[in-house]
Design a protein around this ligand. Sequence first.
Ligand code: ZN
Length: 143
Amino acid sequence: MSGKRSPAAYQNSLELSRLAKRRRRGRCVDCGATTRYGGKGAKPAVSERCHSCASALQAKWSQESIIGAIQRFAAENGRPPVAAEWAYKKTKPDYAPYLNTVRDVFGSWAAGIVAAGFPQPRIGAYQRNPRPNDRPHVVFDDS
Ligand SMILES: [Zn+2]
């Protein structure tokens, strides 16, 4: 196979693809807007909700619920979380939002920690849970 198709055949395949995607449009279950085909392998193949209804549904984190998660973490660990811990699914508790969610809602990680009633965090002020091969802990006190 040379891999080169005629321009007409190429245009035809584009048109077929466009029509196939159009046939697969759906209706948003919340507002009735047209939703789009999610692409090959997407499940469901057609989005159930339009973009704005889907993001409204995902916006489950409020200032209150984030503060609750930070305070729960502090109660369980004896200290507030450090940013790196909530950056990854692996190191974050299931009940906690991601670092970037805290930043989105509060403007910064530190602002979220302060809103939850803890002092302004300094880099290195709290130590995350230890891992093997950790180097000795150092606090940078720049005051
Ligand atoms: Zn909608």
